[in-house]
Design a protein around this ligand. Structure first.
Ligand code: GAL
Length: 710
């Protein structure tokens, strides 16, 4: 039996190899050994074993080494490397090297180089210089992928395939123009529908022939927003097609091995929700900025996004830095304590492993100063000691059956709180002609997330067209673009008892970025019990005062935006006191029917404290309580299944009341936990201890190696 057959679709990527069959969390990183003489490889492998590394990603940027000229493959070095790794019991996530075509490619097929919006063709010399629509690029990708698959499908070391790297290309060349037209024909059928959707009657943009339609290249002034939105959609799909070309080749030969590619958190270039069904293990690259005090909340958000995209499949933290990155202006290093906490955070939020970029620091090339598990300063360093220590603690945790049992109850969508993030809506929000450029959809979504994070709640990051009916609370910070289907989803959620919280300037655009016929929020005014009669951006530096005298929102402020709101059938919780909307409602709530359902509409962007209060009141009212009801400030509470992890990021020792939670290892109920700075603690919600021997969810059941691969 090949090792790979242990990783059927839907199984977690556990790379256990102990003779006892103990499951193991994945731990390791990108390994780019072509930078080193082979004599270094055996040292590397010995060090990997010392550090507890059990998974390395190999070959991400090896195209020139694997195919030095078109059609001539030199894979002997990879044969030797994979054998070395397999013999050491280290699994391989084998990459197709298609993110960085070799120089011969651009010399022979210059049309495969990407072109920017100004018409400038890129050159080789960096990476990601390809056009996703160039037939020659697509062909050469298929050829190299086929060569690798023919040789390494069923290889005992290969437990996962990794296609390309961080897809995010935008290209404006003639190949893309042609592919875009086909994509548009598929969507609109004919030019009349396209002209209608894009509103080309304005500024004399009507298209009379398909050849006239181009990518949104450089233009003297504002571009057509419908055109731009469709090009973003097309770009995401064009890259997905590149990924799927190779995925199909792999799956045909090696159907039981998962295929992945690495996502980049909340990245606007590609609609990850559209991609997720084609990615067997959702893999993420996470590089939080250690100088940003909110970055731990940002990485929690990213982890929850990945878990939500995975929808029950495994997700893996595939890349992070073991110190400093090398692409910020000032690359402040994460401390070893931060490195450890970031890794634990991902595991706490359901990751099946924690890996890094990269194993050994490069001496040359564009990332000479990027941190690595083996730094330039060698192994007698705090970094490497931390790496070894973390490897040991991950292995120890993974060998504890109570850990897997506690996680085994995790199912997709088992949160009670949903936070909506749509790529379409995000893209529409980037249009330069909106009434205010200060509204930032991702930043606002993260602000709402932060309010929920502070209460220690598990949050699913969902799409507005997902089934939302199981949630107690559905948060839509800024639903600028609202499709008919999404409208129905929100209505159904409320009808099923959810409390919907909707931010300002929502329900404005349709799927083609046209302004919907009002009143606004379009198609939801009856549900909200109010309608917006004017949009009023707030000047930079100004705020408006909100007041519900003598209620809880006294002293609250709004910034960036105010909707002038007219109430028909809703309770006014706060009013705008000053500015152009003075006297109009700022926050309204409508209880729907006789059920539990309700809608709270915010007509402005409240300050952080006020947002905390509003969302806090909503979740309390909906009966949603985290496992630690009021986490002390600075304590992160992460829940996955019945496993509850407390993380303490700095400051003094903290006492956390833990109620009925039990200690994962002792099964005792401590009542409270004293958590020193930079420490974590694993606890369990009551029901898991009864289930230790009986994982309830196959997808989370640990997969063990049933036989040696050699
Ligand atoms: C990632 C990329 C890696 C490496 C790393 C450095 O975005 O996938 O190849 O460049 O960043 O932080």
């Amino acid at each position: 039996m090949s090792a790979s057959s242990r990783f059927d679709a839907g199984r977690p990527v556990d790379h256990a190899r102990s003779p006892q069959g103990t499951p193991t969390l994945s731990y390791g990183g990108d390994y780019n050994p072509e930078q080193w003489p082979e004599t270094v490889w055996s040292d590397d492998v010995a060090l990997m074993r010392r550090a507890g590394v059990n998974l390395v990603t190999v070959g991400v940027f090896s195209w020139a080494r694997l195919e030095p000229e078109p059609g001539r493959f030199t894979v002997d070095w990879l044969d030797r490397l994979l054998t070395l790794l397999a013999d050491a019991g280290i699994d391989v996530d084998l990459a197709t090297p298609t993110a960085s075509p070799p120089p011969w490619m651009s010399v022979r097929w210059p049309d495969a180089l990407s072109v920017d919006a100004d018409g400038v063709r890129t050159s080789h010399g960096s990476r990601n210089h390809f056009c996703p629509s160039a037939p020659s690029y697509r062909d050469r990708c298929r050829i190299i992928a086929t060569a690798l698959v023919e040789r390494y499908a069923h290889h005992p070391a290969v437990v996962m395939w990794h296609v390309g790297n961080e897809y995010g290309q935008v290209c404006f060349c003639d190949h893309c123009a042609a592919a875009f037209r086909i994509w548009l024909q598929d969507l609109y059928g004919d030019l009349a529908h396209l002209n209608e959707a894009w509103g080309t009657a304005f500024w004399s943009q009507s298209y009379g022939a398909w050849e006239e339609v181009l990518p949104p290249r450089a233009a003297p002034y504002l571009r057509n927003p419908g055109h731009e939105l469709d090009y973003r959609r097309f770009t995401s799909d064009a890259q997905l097609a590149c990924y799927r070309d190779q995925r199909e080749i792999i799956r045909a030969a090696d159907p039981s091995v998962p295929v992945t590619t690495n996502f980049m958190g909340a990245f606007p270039g590609v609609d990850y929700r559209g991609w997720a069904p084609y990615v067997d293990v959702i893999a993420d690259d996470s590089y939080p900025d250690p100088t940003d005090p909110d970055s731990p909340i940002g990485s929690a958000f990213t982890a929850d996004l990945m878990r939500s995209l995975a929808a029950g499949k495994p997700w893996l933290l595939l890349e992070q830095a073991a110190g400093a990155v090398s692409w910020r202006e000032v690359n402040v290093a994460k401390t070893p304590a931060r490195v450890r906490l970031d890794s634990w955070q991902a595991i706490a939020r359901g990751a099946v492993g924690s890996c890094y970029f990269q194993w050994r620091a490069s001496r040359a090339g564009a990332e000479r100063f990027h941190a690595a598990l083996v730094p330039h300063h060698g192994t007698e360093t705090a970094v490497f000691r931390g790496v070894e220590e973390h490897g040991r603690e991950l292995a120890a945790l993974a060998s504890d059956p109570s850990f897997w049992a506690a996680r085994s109850s995790a199912t997709s969508g088992d949160g009670q709180v949903a936070l909506v993030l749509d790529w379409d809506c995000w893209w529409a929000s980037l249009a330069p002609d909106l009434p205010s450029a200060r509204l930032d959809l991702l930043a606002e979504t993260k602000r709402w997330y932060a309010a929920l994070w502070r209460r220690g709640l598990r949050v699913d990051i969902v799409g507005s067209e997902d089934d939302l009916s199981g949630y107690a609370v559905v948060c839509c910070p800024w639903q600028l673009l609202l499709t008919d289907r999404a409208r129905e989803r929100l209505r159904s959620a409320v009808a099923a008892g959810a409390h919907l919280v909707l931010g300002p300037f929502s329900g404005i655009l349709d799927a083609t970025a046209r302004v919907q016929p009002g009143p606004f929020p379009a198609g939801l005014t009856d549900l909200v019990g109010a309608q917006v009669i004017e949009w009023l951006p707030v000047a930079d530096g100004d705020t408006v005062r909100l007041n519900d005298e003598p209620g809880a929102l006294a002293d609250a402020r709004g910034s960036f935006w105010v909707d002038r709101l007219q109430v028909a059938d809703a309770e006014v919780l706060a009013v705008v006191v000053d500015g152009q909307a003075a006297g109009h409602p700022a926050v309204v709530r409508r209880r729907v029917g006789t059920g539990e359902g309700a809608v709270t509409y915010l007509a402005t962007r409240p300050d952080a404290e006020t947002l905390d209060r509003i969302l806090g009141e909503v979740v309390d009212g909906a009966g949603v309580v985290g496992p630690v009801p009021a986490p002390p400030s600075g304590i992160e509470v992460a829940t996955h299944g019945d496993l509850v992890t407390l993380l303490h990021r700095g400051g003094r020792e903290c006492i956390v009341p833990t109620g009925a939670l039990t200690d994962l290892h002792t099964a005792e109920r401590p009542g409270e936990v004293r958590l020193p700075s930079d420490e974590i603690r694993h606890l369990v919600r009551a029901r898991a201890h009864d289930q230790h021997d009986q994982p309830t969810n196959d997808r989370e059941k640990p997969v063990t190696r049933r036989e040696s691969r050699r």
